[in-house]
Design a protein around this ligand. Structure first.
Ligand SMILES: [Zn+2]
Length: 409
Protein backbone atom coordinates (compact mmCIF):
# COMPACT_ATOMS: atom_id res chain seq x y z
CA UNK A 1 0.00 0.00 0.00
CA UNK A 2 1.82 3.10 -1.14
CA UNK A 3 -1.20 5.35 -1.47
CA UNK A 4 -0.47 8.72 0.13
CA UNK A 5 -2.79 9.31 3.07
CA UNK A 6 -1.23 12.34 4.74
CA UNK A 7 0.87 15.40 3.97
CA UNK A 8 4.29 15.87 5.50
CA UNK A 9 3.73 18.33 8.32
CA UNK A 10 5.37 21.57 7.11
CA UNK A 11 5.13 23.38 10.46
CA UNK A 12 7.94 23.91 12.96
CA UNK A 13 6.86 22.62 16.34
CA UNK A 14 6.17 24.95 19.27
CA UNK A 15 9.02 27.17 20.40
CA UNK A 16 9.49 29.82 23.12
CA UNK A 17 8.31 32.69 20.89
CA UNK A 18 5.25 30.85 19.56
CA UNK A 19 2.69 31.79 22.21
CA UNK A 20 -0.89 31.49 21.01
CA UNK A 21 -2.83 32.03 24.25
CA UNK A 22 -3.82 35.16 26.11
CA UNK A 23 -2.65 35.76 29.68
CA UNK A 24 -5.50 33.73 31.21
CA UNK A 25 -4.79 30.64 29.11
CA UNK A 26 -8.53 30.46 28.37
CA UNK A 27 -8.53 32.09 24.95
CA UNK A 28 -6.34 32.59 21.92
CA UNK A 29 -4.38 35.82 21.85
CA UNK A 30 -5.60 38.67 19.65
CA UNK A 31 -3.31 38.17 16.68
CA UNK A 32 -3.93 34.45 16.30
CA UNK A 33 -7.65 34.86 16.88
CA UNK A 34 -8.00 37.67 14.34
CA UNK A 35 -6.29 35.64 11.64
CA UNK A 36 -8.45 32.58 12.29
CA UNK A 37 -11.67 34.61 12.39
CA UNK A 38 -10.89 36.29 9.08
CA UNK A 39 -10.64 32.90 7.45
CA UNK A 40 -13.63 31.57 9.38
CA UNK A 41 -15.83 34.40 8.06
CA UNK A 42 -14.79 33.64 4.50
CA UNK A 43 -15.45 29.92 4.88
CA UNK A 44 -18.78 30.50 6.64
CA UNK A 45 -19.90 32.63 3.71
CA UNK A 46 -19.10 29.91 1.20
CA UNK A 47 -20.97 27.43 3.46
CA UNK A 48 -24.04 29.66 3.65
CA UNK A 49 -24.01 30.35 -0.08
CA UNK A 50 -24.50 26.65 -0.77
CA UNK A 51 -26.06 24.98 2.24
CA UNK A 52 -29.74 25.31 1.43
CA UNK A 53 -29.26 23.79 -2.02
CA UNK A 54 -27.69 20.69 -0.54
CA UNK A 55 -30.41 19.77 1.99
CA UNK A 56 -31.47 16.17 1.55
CA UNK A 57 -34.91 15.67 3.14
CA UNK A 58 -34.07 12.01 3.68
CA UNK A 59 -30.92 12.71 5.68
CA UNK A 60 -31.65 14.08 9.14
CA UNK A 61 -28.36 12.97 10.71
CA UNK A 62 -25.72 15.00 12.50
CA UNK A 63 -23.17 13.08 10.42
CA UNK A 64 -24.13 14.24 6.93
CA UNK A 65 -27.60 15.75 7.23
CA UNK A 66 -29.70 18.65 8.46
CA UNK A 67 -29.18 18.13 12.19
CA UNK A 68 -25.48 18.66 11.60
CA UNK A 69 -26.29 22.14 10.28
CA UNK A 70 -28.45 22.79 13.33
CA UNK A 71 -25.56 21.72 15.53
CA UNK A 72 -23.21 24.13 13.78
CA UNK A 73 -25.53 27.13 14.34
CA UNK A 74 -26.20 26.06 17.93
CA UNK A 75 -22.45 26.00 18.50
CA UNK A 76 -21.92 29.40 16.87
CA UNK A 77 -24.76 30.86 18.98
CA UNK A 78 -22.96 29.73 22.13
CA UNK A 79 -19.42 30.65 21.08
CA UNK A 80 -20.41 34.15 19.88
CA UNK A 81 -23.15 34.58 22.48
CA UNK A 82 -25.57 35.41 19.69
CA UNK A 83 -28.97 33.91 20.45
CA UNK A 84 -30.39 34.95 17.08
CA UNK A 85 -28.41 32.06 15.63
CA UNK A 86 -30.58 29.66 17.64
CA UNK A 87 -33.42 30.48 15.24
CA UNK A 88 -31.25 29.42 12.33
CA UNK A 89 -30.42 26.22 14.20
CA UNK A 90 -34.00 25.34 15.02
CA UNK A 91 -35.12 25.83 11.45
CA UNK A 92 -33.15 22.67 10.62
CA UNK A 93 -34.43 20.46 13.47
CA UNK A 94 -38.10 21.46 13.75
CA UNK A 95 -39.21 19.80 10.49
CA UNK A 96 -37.65 16.52 11.70
CA UNK A 97 -39.06 16.09 15.19
CA UNK A 98 -42.34 14.45 14.19
CA UNK A 99 -40.88 11.85 11.90
CA UNK A 100 -39.27 9.78 14.62
CA UNK A 101 -38.86 6.05 14.39
CA UNK A 102 -38.18 5.90 10.69
CA UNK A 103 -34.46 6.32 10.87
CA UNK A 104 -31.43 5.29 12.84
CA UNK A 105 -31.46 6.15 16.51
CA UNK A 106 -28.07 7.36 17.76
CA UNK A 107 -26.86 10.92 18.31
CA UNK A 108 -24.52 11.13 15.32
CA UNK A 109 -26.62 9.19 12.83
CA UNK A 110 -30.22 9.23 14.00
CA UNK A 111 -33.27 10.31 15.97
CA UNK A 112 -31.62 10.84 19.33
CA UNK A 113 -29.40 13.49 17.72
CA UNK A 114 -32.50 15.34 16.46
CA UNK A 115 -34.25 15.17 19.84
CA UNK A 116 -31.14 16.07 21.87
CA UNK A 117 -30.26 19.11 19.79
CA UNK A 118 -33.85 20.27 19.45
CA UNK A 119 -34.37 19.93 23.22
CA UNK A 120 -31.20 21.92 23.93
CA UNK A 121 -32.02 24.74 21.51
CA UNK A 122 -35.52 25.11 22.99
CA UNK A 123 -34.05 25.02 26.49
CA UNK A 124 -31.66 27.86 25.60
CA UNK A 125 -34.59 29.81 24.16
CA UNK A 126 -36.49 29.23 27.45
CA UNK A 127 -39.17 27.21 25.63
CA UNK A 128 -39.49 24.65 28.40
CA UNK A 129 -42.54 22.84 27.00
CA UNK A 130 -41.01 22.25 23.59
CA UNK A 131 -37.75 21.18 25.20
CA UNK A 132 -39.61 18.65 27.35
CA UNK A 133 -41.49 17.26 24.35
CA UNK A 134 -38.15 16.43 22.68
CA UNK A 135 -36.76 14.98 25.91
CA UNK A 136 -39.77 12.68 26.19
CA UNK A 137 -39.19 11.51 22.64
CA UNK A 138 -35.60 10.81 23.58
CA UNK A 139 -36.72 8.85 26.63
CA UNK A 140 -39.02 6.68 24.53
CA UNK A 141 -35.94 5.38 22.69
CA UNK A 142 -34.34 3.98 25.85
CA UNK A 143 -36.22 0.72 25.47
CA UNK A 144 -34.64 0.20 22.03
CA UNK A 145 -31.19 0.10 23.61
CA UNK A 146 -31.86 -1.73 26.87
CA UNK A 147 -30.47 -5.23 27.31
CA UNK A 148 -32.25 -7.83 25.28
CA UNK A 149 -30.37 -10.93 24.17
CA UNK A 150 -32.89 -11.60 21.43
CA UNK A 151 -32.48 -8.13 19.91
CA UNK A 152 -29.44 -9.03 17.86
CA UNK A 153 -29.62 -6.07 15.50
CA UNK A 154 -28.62 -3.57 18.20
CA UNK A 155 -24.89 -2.90 18.25
CA UNK A 156 -22.86 -1.02 20.83
CA UNK A 157 -20.53 1.28 18.90
CA UNK A 158 -20.68 5.06 18.79
CA UNK A 159 -21.96 5.80 15.30
CA UNK A 160 -24.85 3.33 15.16
CA UNK A 161 -25.09 1.68 18.56
CA UNK A 162 -25.78 1.95 22.27
CA UNK A 163 -22.81 4.14 23.17
CA UNK A 164 -23.94 6.63 20.52
CA UNK A 165 -27.32 6.77 22.25
CA UNK A 166 -25.69 6.98 25.68
CA UNK A 167 -23.98 10.17 24.47
CA UNK A 168 -27.42 11.77 24.00
CA UNK A 169 -28.56 10.85 27.51
CA UNK A 170 -25.35 12.12 29.12
CA UNK A 171 -25.42 15.28 27.03
CA UNK A 172 -28.92 16.34 28.04
CA UNK A 173 -28.27 15.50 31.69
CA UNK A 174 -25.15 17.70 31.66
CA UNK A 175 -26.36 20.67 29.64
CA UNK A 176 -30.14 20.80 30.18
CA UNK A 177 -30.64 21.41 33.86
CA UNK A 178 -34.30 20.46 33.79
CA UNK A 179 -33.71 17.16 31.97
CA UNK A 180 -33.37 14.97 35.08
CA UNK A 181 -37.14 15.18 35.57
CA UNK A 182 -37.54 13.21 32.35
CA UNK A 183 -34.25 11.42 31.67
CA UNK A 184 -33.70 9.53 34.91
CA UNK A 185 -30.68 7.78 36.36
CA UNK A 186 -32.32 4.43 35.68
CA UNK A 187 -32.57 5.25 31.96
CA UNK A 188 -28.84 5.85 31.76
CA UNK A 189 -28.11 2.79 33.88
CA UNK A 190 -30.26 0.62 31.58
CA UNK A 191 -28.11 1.55 28.58
CA UNK A 192 -24.82 1.23 30.49
CA UNK A 193 -25.96 -2.17 31.75
CA UNK A 194 -26.78 -3.31 28.23
CA UNK A 195 -23.38 -2.20 26.89
CA UNK A 196 -21.53 -4.05 29.63
CA UNK A 197 -23.60 -7.25 29.38
CA UNK A 198 -23.28 -7.30 25.60
CA UNK A 199 -19.48 -6.90 25.82
CA UNK A 200 -19.17 -9.59 28.50
CA UNK A 201 -21.25 -12.06 26.50
CA UNK A 202 -19.16 -11.53 23.39
CA UNK A 203 -15.83 -11.72 25.25
CA UNK A 204 -16.95 -14.95 26.91
CA UNK A 205 -18.14 -16.45 23.63
CA UNK A 206 -14.82 -15.54 21.97
CA UNK A 207 -12.92 -16.87 25.03
CA UNK A 208 -10.98 -13.59 25.42
CA UNK A 209 -12.44 -12.51 28.79
CA UNK A 210 -9.14 -13.02 30.62
CA UNK A 211 -7.36 -10.36 28.57
CA UNK A 212 -10.26 -8.27 27.26
CA UNK A 213 -13.40 -8.56 29.43
CA UNK A 214 -15.54 -6.51 27.03
CA UNK A 215 -15.56 -7.28 23.32
CA UNK A 216 -17.82 -6.01 20.56
CA UNK A 217 -18.42 -6.60 16.87
CA UNK A 218 -19.76 -4.37 14.17
CA UNK A 219 -20.36 -5.95 10.76
CA UNK A 220 -18.50 -9.11 11.83
CA UNK A 221 -15.35 -7.23 12.82
CA UNK A 222 -13.88 -6.34 16.20
CA UNK A 223 -13.21 -2.65 15.58
CA UNK A 224 -10.80 -0.72 17.80
CA UNK A 225 -11.29 2.96 16.88
CA UNK A 226 -13.57 5.70 18.16
CA UNK A 227 -16.37 5.53 15.58
CA UNK A 228 -17.08 1.80 15.43
CA UNK A 229 -15.00 0.16 18.09
CA UNK A 230 -13.67 -0.30 21.58
CA UNK A 231 -12.21 3.21 21.92
CA UNK A 232 -15.56 4.89 21.37
CA UNK A 233 -17.47 2.46 23.60
CA UNK A 234 -14.93 2.63 26.45
CA UNK A 235 -14.85 6.44 26.23
CA UNK A 236 -18.60 6.66 26.69
CA UNK A 237 -18.52 4.18 29.59
CA UNK A 238 -15.90 6.38 31.27
CA UNK A 239 -18.03 9.46 30.59
CA UNK A 240 -20.85 7.58 32.35
CA UNK A 241 -18.62 6.42 35.20
CA UNK A 242 -20.97 7.54 37.96
CA UNK A 243 -23.49 5.02 36.62
CA UNK A 244 -21.01 2.12 36.76
CA UNK A 245 -20.09 0.08 39.83
CA UNK A 246 -16.47 0.15 41.02
CA UNK A 247 -16.22 -3.47 39.99
CA UNK A 248 -17.42 -2.71 36.45
CA UNK A 249 -14.90 0.12 36.17
CA UNK A 250 -11.96 -1.83 37.62
CA UNK A 251 -12.67 -5.35 36.36
CA UNK A 252 -14.29 -4.65 32.98
CA UNK A 253 -13.52 -1.19 31.60
CA UNK A 254 -9.94 -0.76 32.84
CA UNK A 255 -8.61 -4.13 31.60
CA UNK A 256 -10.32 -3.51 28.25
CA UNK A 257 -8.52 -0.16 27.94
CA UNK A 258 -5.28 -1.95 28.85
CA UNK A 259 -6.00 -4.45 26.09
CA UNK A 260 -6.39 -1.54 23.64
CA UNK A 261 -3.05 -0.15 24.87
CA UNK A 262 -1.44 -3.53 24.14
CA UNK A 263 -2.39 -3.10 20.47
CA UNK A 264 -0.15 -0.04 20.02
CA UNK A 265 1.91 -0.38 16.85
CA UNK A 266 5.58 0.70 16.62
CA UNK A 267 4.65 4.05 15.04
CA UNK A 268 2.36 4.91 17.95
CA UNK A 269 -0.79 4.21 15.97
CA UNK A 270 -3.58 1.71 16.69
CA UNK A 271 -5.18 -0.73 14.23
CA UNK A 272 -8.69 -0.07 12.92
CA UNK A 273 -9.80 -3.63 13.77
CA UNK A 274 -8.31 -6.90 15.02
CA UNK A 275 -8.64 -8.40 11.56
CA UNK A 276 -7.02 -5.37 9.89
CA UNK A 277 -3.81 -4.86 11.84
CA UNK A 278 -2.23 -2.46 9.34
CA UNK A 279 -0.77 0.88 10.28
CA UNK A 280 -2.59 3.11 7.85
CA UNK A 281 -5.36 5.28 9.28
CA UNK A 282 -4.70 8.29 11.51
CA UNK A 283 -8.25 9.55 11.90
CA UNK A 284 -10.72 10.34 14.60
CA UNK A 285 -12.77 7.35 13.39
CA UNK A 286 -9.85 4.91 13.19
CA UNK A 287 -6.47 5.21 14.84
CA UNK A 288 -4.53 7.38 17.24
CA UNK A 289 -6.47 10.64 16.90
CA UNK A 290 -9.64 9.12 18.36
CA UNK A 291 -7.60 7.36 21.05
CA UNK A 292 -6.50 10.57 22.76
CA UNK A 293 -9.86 11.24 24.42
CA UNK A 294 -10.05 7.66 25.70
CA UNK A 295 -6.59 7.71 27.28
CA UNK A 296 -7.21 11.22 28.64
CA UNK A 297 -10.41 10.01 30.33
CA UNK A 298 -8.60 6.91 31.61
CA UNK A 299 -5.94 9.15 33.18
CA UNK A 300 -8.58 11.40 34.75
CA UNK A 301 -10.49 8.42 36.18
CA UNK A 302 -7.73 5.97 37.18
CA UNK A 303 -4.90 8.50 37.79
CA UNK A 304 -2.24 6.23 36.36
CA UNK A 305 0.67 7.90 34.60
CA UNK A 306 0.77 5.37 31.76
CA UNK A 307 -2.57 6.62 30.42
CA UNK A 308 -1.22 10.18 30.33
CA UNK A 309 1.85 8.92 28.47
CA UNK A 310 -0.35 6.99 26.03
CA UNK A 311 -2.46 10.09 25.32
CA UNK A 312 0.66 12.21 24.71
CA UNK A 313 2.18 9.47 22.58
CA UNK A 314 -0.90 9.53 20.31
CA UNK A 315 -0.55 13.33 20.12
CA UNK A 316 2.98 12.99 18.71
CA UNK A 317 1.75 10.56 16.09
CA UNK A 318 -1.13 12.84 15.06
CA UNK A 319 1.24 15.84 14.81
CA UNK A 320 3.46 13.85 12.48
CA UNK A 321 0.83 12.16 10.29
CA UNK A 322 -2.45 13.94 10.91
CA UNK A 323 -2.70 16.41 8.01
CA UNK A 324 -4.93 14.23 5.90
CA UNK A 325 -5.36 13.80 2.18
CA UNK A 326 -9.00 12.86 2.91
CA UNK A 327 -9.73 16.50 3.67
CA UNK A 328 -10.67 18.89 6.47
CA UNK A 329 -13.61 17.21 8.19
CA UNK A 330 -14.15 15.76 11.65
CA UNK A 331 -14.49 12.04 11.03
CA UNK A 332 -11.44 11.42 8.86
CA UNK A 333 -10.00 14.85 8.27
CA UNK A 334 -7.57 17.38 9.65
CA UNK A 335 -10.10 19.25 11.83
CA UNK A 336 -11.07 16.03 13.62
CA UNK A 337 -7.41 15.27 14.22
CA UNK A 338 -6.87 18.77 15.63
CA UNK A 339 -9.23 17.89 18.49
CA UNK A 340 -6.56 15.47 19.74
CA UNK A 341 -4.40 18.50 20.65
CA UNK A 342 -7.25 20.42 22.27
CA UNK A 343 -7.97 17.42 24.47
CA UNK A 344 -4.27 17.19 25.39
CA UNK A 345 -4.29 20.86 26.36
CA UNK A 346 -7.25 20.24 28.64
CA UNK A 347 -5.35 17.34 30.17
CA UNK A 348 -1.91 18.92 30.59
CA UNK A 349 -2.30 22.71 30.39
CA UNK A 350 0.69 22.79 28.01
CA UNK A 351 0.44 25.60 25.44
CA UNK A 352 2.32 23.46 22.93
CA UNK A 353 -0.89 21.56 22.27
CA UNK A 354 -2.96 24.65 21.55
CA UNK A 355 -0.20 25.77 19.19
CA UNK A 356 -0.46 22.47 17.34
CA UNK A 357 -4.27 22.68 17.27
CA UNK A 358 -3.98 26.19 15.81
CA UNK A 359 -1.56 24.98 13.14
CA UNK A 360 -4.06 22.29 12.11
CA UNK A 361 -6.71 25.03 12.09
CA UNK A 362 -4.55 27.23 9.88
CA UNK A 363 -4.08 24.29 7.54
CA UNK A 364 -7.88 23.98 7.35
CA UNK A 365 -8.16 27.71 6.60
CA UNK A 366 -6.48 27.01 3.26
CA UNK A 367 -9.57 24.90 2.55
CA UNK A 368 -9.41 23.18 -0.82
CA UNK A 369 -5.90 24.34 -1.65
CA UNK A 370 -4.03 21.11 -0.88
CA UNK A 371 -5.59 18.88 -3.54
CA UNK A 372 -7.46 16.78 -0.94
CA UNK A 373 -10.27 14.37 -1.80
CA UNK A 374 -13.68 15.98 -2.03
CA UNK A 375 -16.07 14.31 0.43
CA UNK A 376 -19.41 12.85 -0.69
CA UNK A 377 -21.19 15.44 1.50
CA UNK A 378 -18.94 18.50 1.17
CA UNK A 379 -20.83 20.79 3.58
CA UNK A 380 -21.67 18.21 6.23
CA UNK A 381 -20.75 18.13 9.92
CA UNK A 382 -18.69 14.95 9.94
CA UNK A 383 -17.27 14.85 6.42
CA UNK A 384 -17.19 18.44 5.33
CA UNK A 385 -17.13 22.17 5.91
CA UNK A 386 -19.65 22.41 8.80
CA UNK A 387 -17.29 20.30 10.93
CA UNK A 388 -14.31 22.43 9.94
CA UNK A 389 -16.18 25.60 10.93
CA UNK A 390 -17.15 23.97 14.22
CA UNK A 391 -13.49 23.16 14.90
CA UNK A 392 -12.22 26.65 14.00
CA UNK A 393 -14.60 28.21 16.52
CA UNK A 394 -13.77 25.60 19.17
CA UNK A 395 -10.16 26.77 18.91
CA UNK A 396 -11.16 30.16 20.34
CA UNK A 397 -11.74 28.74 23.83
CA UNK A 398 -9.59 25.63 23.95
CA UNK A 399 -10.55 24.64 27.49
CA UNK A 400 -14.23 24.51 26.54
CA UNK A 401 -13.82 22.65 23.27
CA UNK A 402 -15.43 19.24 22.81
CA UNK A 403 -15.44 16.85 19.89
CA UNK A 404 -19.18 16.75 19.04
CA UNK A 405 -20.88 13.43 19.61
CA UNK A 406 -17.87 12.03 21.47
CA UNK A 407 -16.65 14.18 24.34
CA UNK A 408 -18.97 15.22 27.16
CA UNK A 409 -16.74 16.18 30.11
ZN1 LIG B 1 -14.21 8.50 9.29
Amino acid sequence: MSEKRYFINPYQDFGPSDGVLDATGDELNGRVKEDLMKNFTKLLKSFEDEVNETINPNDSSVYTGSTGYALLYLHLALVFNDHKLLDKAIAYTEPLVDTSGKRRLTYITGDSGVHTINAYIHYLKANQNESNISLRKLKKLVVCFADNETQTDVCDELLYGRSGFLYSLLFVRKFIQTSHEIIEDQDIRAVVDAIIKSGQRTAKRDKVSDRCPLMYYWHQKQYIGAAHGLMGIMSLLLEAKSYLTDEELDKCVKPTIDYILSLRMPSGNYPSSLSNPYDRLVHWCHGSAGAVNLFALAYEVFKEERYLMAAKDCGEHVWEKGLLVKGYGLCHGTAGNGYAFLRLYQLTGEEKYVFRAVKFGQWCCAYGEHGCHKPDHPLSMFEGLAGTLYYLTDLLQPKNSRFPGYQIS
